[in-house]
Design a protein around this ligand. Structure first.
Ligand code: FES
Length: 107
C-alpha cells in the first residue's frame, strides 16, 4: 500500500508498505521523522499518533478500547475524527493508499 506521511514543514515521506505491516513499523524502519513507536506497537505509548486525512477515514478498522485509551494520552491534541495510532493501522486493512499528517510532537 502507498502510505504518505505529511510533515509540518511541508515535506512528505512516501512509502510502499507490505500488507500486514503497520504505519508505525513502516515509519520507524524507514526513519520517518516524528513517529516514535516506543511500545513497539502494543497500543501502550501513543508515540505513533497520526492524523488520518479525512478522505481516507472510511473503511479503516474500528478503534479498539486500548487504542481509545491511548488516544487520550497523545502529546499533541487528539482530533476526534482523524487521530489514530499508527501501530493499529496496517497496510491492506481497509485501504490501498492512505495519507496521514504527522503531529508536531510525540513525547
Ligand atoms: Fe506504542 Fe503505537 S507504538 S501505541
Amino acid at each position: 500500500a502507498k502510505v504518505s506521511f505529511h510533515h509540518n514543514d511541508g515535506n512528505v515521506d512516501v512509502l510502499d508498505v507490505d500488507p500486514g505491516t503497520s504505519l508505525m513499523r513502516a515509519a520507524v524502519t524507514n526513519g520517518v521523522a516524528g513517529i516514535v513507536g516506543e511500545c513497539g506497537g502494543q497500543a501502550m505509548c501513543a508515540t505513533c499518533h497520526v492524523y488520518v486525512r479525512p478522505e481516507y477515514l472510511d473503511g479503516l478498522p474500528e478503534i479498539s478500547e486500548d487504542e481509545e485509551e491511548m488516544l487520550e494520552c497523545t502529546a499533541d491534541p487528539r482530533d476526534e475524527d482523524r487521530s489514530r495510532l499508527g501501530c493499529q493501522i496496517k497496510a491492506g486493512e481497509g485501504f490501498d493508499e492512505i495519507e496521514v499528517d504527522v503531529p508536531a510532537s510525540q513525547i
